[in-house]
Each structure stands twice: as C-alpha cells, then as structure tokens.
Design a protein. Sequence first.
Length: 130
Amino acid sequence: MLTYLIDSDILIDHLRRRTPLQAYLGELKPAARYGCSAIVVAEVYAGMRPAEEPATRQLIEGLVHFPVTTQVAEKAAEIKRRHGRAGATIALDDCLIAATALLEGATLVTCNAKHYPMVPGKITRPGRPG
C-alpha cells in the first residue's frame, strides 16, 4: 500500500486555515495510508494554540503514527553524519522524519524540500505531485 508521510508544515497550514489539507492531498491516491512521524506529532502539538486543540487532536488521531524506533534513530544518525560532512546543516528532527520516510518506503509530503535533500521520494509542491 502506498504511504504518504505528512510533514508538520502541511498539518500546521491546514490547522491555521492557510491551506486546506484537501488542497495539499487532493491529487494523491485515495487508496493510500496517510501518516506522520511521532516527531511531527510533537512539533504540531508544541506549536498548537489553545483554541486549536480539538481540531489538532482530531487531525492527528486520523493519521497513522510511525514511532521513532532504534532502527529509525540509527538511520537518522547515519543521515546526519553523511549530510553534516557535506557541509549542510540538517536538523536532527528532520533526519528522524527523513529516516522514517526512507524506512517505510513512504512518499514525504512537505513544503520544506530544502530540509530533506536525503529523501528522493518526496512531494515538494503539495497539491501538484512532482
């Protein structure tokens, strides 16, 4: 089954009513699994405004959650080491999200393509795959 791993920027834009989630995901395959990393859950809840709590909980609960396992942590460390040597500054949280996408064989959906140079399978212009 095709899996889409949704980054926090997409979820936050939806919750803040900047762009409806349907606009981001409209062209993606409906018979797919939509999820997020446990890191994304933390990022979204950390930035949540009090009035957004009910909608945030409903949105997050509707997604498959991928935990940070030892395998994900090891892959993230490998990514951080490799890209750190290349002179790029890659945040550890982005490495963990990238590792999850890579290990799950998921397509990462994000507007922050520059955060994920290590993920070949990503949709960087949500709503317009490619």
